[in-house]
Design a protein around this ligand. Structure first.
Ligand code: SF4
Ligand code: SF4
Length: 445
């Protein structure tokens, strides 16, 4: 292991354009500037059907350990922990072979439940500490990074920026698989890589079935944060829920929400002691009851995990999650800050009993038939990419190349302003820049 200063590590991580690969897209160099006691590598991959993190832990275990060590060097952490599902036997075996003998990095085996990868839950499982409401892992002395992010940190130190992404292709594809593709590979091309669609009218979802987003443009490219592409029939429960418009949901909740509390009973953030009661928020909007300030601003405490919507309220098909997302956006627009910052003194005594197992999730949302063993086919080359410039946390990246310019793989092509939170992008294939917009740069090889 080569020793580097924290400043050197932060600099290469920033230059490599690394953002949280788990979905949040938060720039990693910012996290690595903190001083903490522990680095947790999040390998829990809690969304059903996804197998990208697991695949990479099997094939690149050494690189993950190197990434954790670099993150520990950057932050001064004395302990590294890799949180991984207990039943990922292949990944656990691969990691056990490469863990350092001094015990500085160890595995923490997790049960197979949803959302084990929510960093608030993961930190609680590993350390027994609860991150305060509205807080971040740093408040309890921890930095959490996705396992692929940490592998990218190790690659960055060897000079490779983020130019590819390992993605699970599952659902209604003829040849479901796990594949590594250049960042910006179009969804249309991914359908080809998966042998086409079994159901030509299938709807695509970028991400997992619980938190993913419907893909509305097949010519758009996958982001650094894309962990999976799922295809479901257009009348599938997951698609119907994801495509229901918010006004319809609000209208429906007025007549359909029976205040059964199930959404609050199963809400993972409520279970770790945060003051988040989705049923009360539903009551607030439906009947103008409860305390609007309190129950609407609690939108800031919601992780958008979807348990309330797809598991708790599957019978009424209401979505406290969507309502929280809309409120949060509105509150932020109005400049209302999160007033919730209570330190949690007690975790709900039912925390263990109310964990929703992944087999239950799959049964509830009717995806068990898509849970098949997926082969990893390695890196696939493509002739065209559309590299998205906004799918990370912070300011959009601004193009630094010109139309028709020839670029080589790994060349810097866009960057967020240096004084703002953001990241940079590199050419994921060599070729000519054929289109530039505010949202993406297209390169044809
Ligand atoms: S689970 Fe559904 S019906 Fe029950 S309180 Fe929550 S939103 Fe209302
Ligand atoms: S999406 Fe629903 S269950 Fe998940 S944290 Fe938010 S309110 Fe709780």
């Amino acid at each position: 292991m080569i020793e580097r200063t924290p400043e050197q590590i932060v600099k290469v991580v920033r230059r490599a354009g690394i953002v949280g690969a788990g979905g949040g897209g938060f720039p990693t160099y910012v996290k690595l500037q903190a001083e903490v006691e522990m680095i947790i590598a999040n390998g829990s991959e809690c969304e059903p059907l996804l197998a990208s993190d697991r695949t990479m832990m099997v094939t690149n275990a050494g690189q993950l350990v190197a990434g954790v060590q670099l993150a520990m060097q950057a932050t001064g952490a004395k302990q590294g922990v890799i949180g991984i599902k207990e039943h990922y036997h292949d990944a656990v075996a691969a990691l056990n072979k490469v863990l350092p003998e001094d015990g500085s990095i160890k595995l923490h085996l997790l049960e197979n439940y949803y959302p084990a990868g929510d960093e608030f839950l993961l930190v609680y499982e590993v350390t027994g500490k609860v991150i305060p409401e509205g807080g971040i892992p740093l408040h309890v002395g921890v930095v959490v990074n996705n396992v692929i992010t940490l592998m990218q940190v190790a690659e960055a130190v060897s000079g490779k920026p983020v130019i590819e992404r390992t993605i699970t292709l599952a659902g209604e594809f003829k040849e479901p698989k796990v594949v590594t593709v250049p960042v910006g590979t179009t969804y249309a091309e991914l359908i080809n890589i998966a042998g086409g669609l079994k159901d030509p009218e299938a709807v695509l979802i970028d991400g997992g079935p619980m938190m993913g987003q419907i893909v509305d443009d097949l010519n758009a490219g996958v982001a650094k944060t894309t962990s999976g592409l799922l295809a479901f029939p257009k009348d599938h429960f997951v698609v119907r829920m994801a495509s229901k418009p918010l006004p319809q949901m609000v209208k429906q909740s007025k007549s359909a929400c029976c205040q059964c509390f199930r959404c609050s009973d199963l809400c993972p953030r409520n279970l770790i002691g945060h003051e988040l009661f989705p049923h009360r928020t539903m009551r607030t909007i439906d009947y103008n009851q409860a305390d609007p300030t309190k129950h609407i601003t609690s939108a800031y405490l919601c992780s958008q995990c979807g348990v309330c919507e797809l598991i708790a309220c599957d019978f009424m098909m209401l979505s406290p999650r969507k309502i929280f997302a809309a409120y949060r956006q509105e509150l932020m627009k109005k400049g209302v800050k999160n007033p919730h910052n209570r330190k949690v003194s007690e975790v709900n005594s039912q925390f263990e009993n109310r964990k929703v197992s992944i087999p239950t999730v799959m049964k509830k949302i009717d995806i068990a038939k898509y849970d098949v063993k997926l082969n990893y086919v390695g890196r696939q080359e493509v002739k065209k990419v559309r590299i998205p410039l906004r799918r990370h946390a912070g300011a959009p990246a601004l193009p630094s190349v010109a139309l028709w310019q020839q670029v080589r793989m790994c060349d810097l092509i866009a960057q967020s302003p240096q004084d703002k939170l953001g990241t940079c992008y590199h050419a994921s294939i060599g070729g000519k820049v054929t289109e530039i917009s505010e949202d993406y740069i297209e390169i044809q090889g």
